[in-house]
Design a protein around this ligand. Sequence first.
Ligand SMILES: Cc1cc2nc3c(=O)[nH]c(=O)nc-3n(C[C@H](O)[C@H](O)[C@H](O)COP(=O)(O)O)c2cc1C
Length: 158
Amino acid sequence: MTADGDAVSHMFYKKEENMSKVAVVYWSGTGNTKIMADKVAEGAKDAGAEVSVFTPSQFGPDKINEFDAIAFGCPSMGDEVLEETEFEPMFTDCESKLGGKKIALFGSYGWGDGEWMRNWEERCGDQGIQLAYECVMCNETPDADGEAECVALGKALA
Ligand SMILES: Cc1cc2nc3c(=O)[nH]c(=O)nc-3n(C[C@H](O)[C@H](O)[C@H](O)COP(=O)(O)O)c2cc1C
């Protein structure tokens, strides 16, 4: 291998090593937040991150340190709350361990005004979690602007 060849292979090695690892963890009942999660993952991948997508049963506190950044997605459920059976318990287990990570929130809502997201953001603030990007909310199925916001959120985490 020439000196040039060595330099090139070293550059590739460094690139792989420096790729940021992004997790997208979402719950979706009727698919709207899933569309958002897929767009967040697309944005992060396009920006060069290694992306893993999880549902709540596949993620927990033991996984947090495998990632540099985590995007959490959950629609407004119940009466302006996170989905209570799977997402809420998972997030409760994780929230005190998210300090120092790049975190972002997204989700779809219906007839409300986004109260669930305001409460979720405040809850993160109370835990000392610094959000790396503005929360992205979409009314029911994301439109083109909503999808673009999700892509931008993913890029910001990469
Ligand atoms: C049981 C249930 C409770 C809901 N509660 C709210 C609510 O409190 N506020 C609101 O804006 N939308 C509410 N919605 C509407 C959902 O947030 C909305 O349909 C969203 O797009 C669902 O996302 P998903 O397709 O990812 O499940 C509720 C929907 C269901 C099924």
